[in-house]
Design a protein. Structure first.
Length: 197
């Protein structure tokens, strides 16, 4: 029967097996979060990205840029409202500052803009049509159920189906399904932005 090790001994063995962090790992641990914070301040309009980036030396800069890019890309989302549109614009402008492959970046951003344009024009129109269709179908089902409960007589009351939890849940599913198509394409483009130099 072997020796039983304490939790401390097991932990110490695991730490020893990991070894010392490399210089690159230490730089990443230090500067990646700094880049993320810088990006957050930039998105809030508290700082100018270009001016801040020149303050870092050549060893820190790649990690700062990676942190900045990660936050900028993460903040590109469907333009559901005006604040989201502003954040998208700021994030895309920030990527233009930090990415070096400008022509490829612009091609990807153009695709992102096309998705946004489609979402805000045709997508919004499709959403309204789907909402009205769902509302009509739901109202017909409610009227039919009431009619059956009253022995086939036409109901003399009106129920606002839009306020019914079942309708809201159904609409949420339909809307998520419609937006899912946009989100899938946007996720692919965001991955391309992340991988871009």
């Amino acid at each position: 029967m072997g020796d039983i090790k304490s939790a401390r001994e097991i932990a110490m063995e695991k730490i020893a097996a990991i070894g010392e962090p490399t210089a690159a790992e230490r730089l990443e641990w230090k500067y990646l979060p700094e880049g993320e914070k810088l990006s957050a301040r930039y998105l809030k309009g508290e700082t100018k990205l270009q001016e801040e980036l020149v303050k870092y030396d050549k060893t820190a800069a790649p990690y700062i840029v990676r942190g900045v890019c990660a936050v900028l890309v993460k903040n590109i989302n469907l333009p559901r409202d005006e604040p989201a549109q502003k954040v998208n614009k700021t994030a895309m402008e920030g990527l233009k500052i930090v990415k070096t492959d400008k022509s490829r970046l612009e091609a990807i951003l153009n695709q992102v803009r096309q998705i946004f344009t489609h979402y805000t024009t045709q997508g919004e129109q499709q959403s309204k049509q789907a909402y009205e269709m769902l509302k009509e179908n739901f109202q017909a089902k409610v009227d039919q159920a009431i009619s059956q409960q009253m022995g086939g007589k036409a109901p003399n009351m009106h129920i606002d189906v839009e306020k019914q939890p079942q309708f809201q849940e159904e609409w949420r599913k339909v809307k998520n399904q419609m937006e899912g198509q946009y989100l899938h394409v946007l996720a692919e483009l965001k991955q391309q932005l992340t991988d871009l130099k």
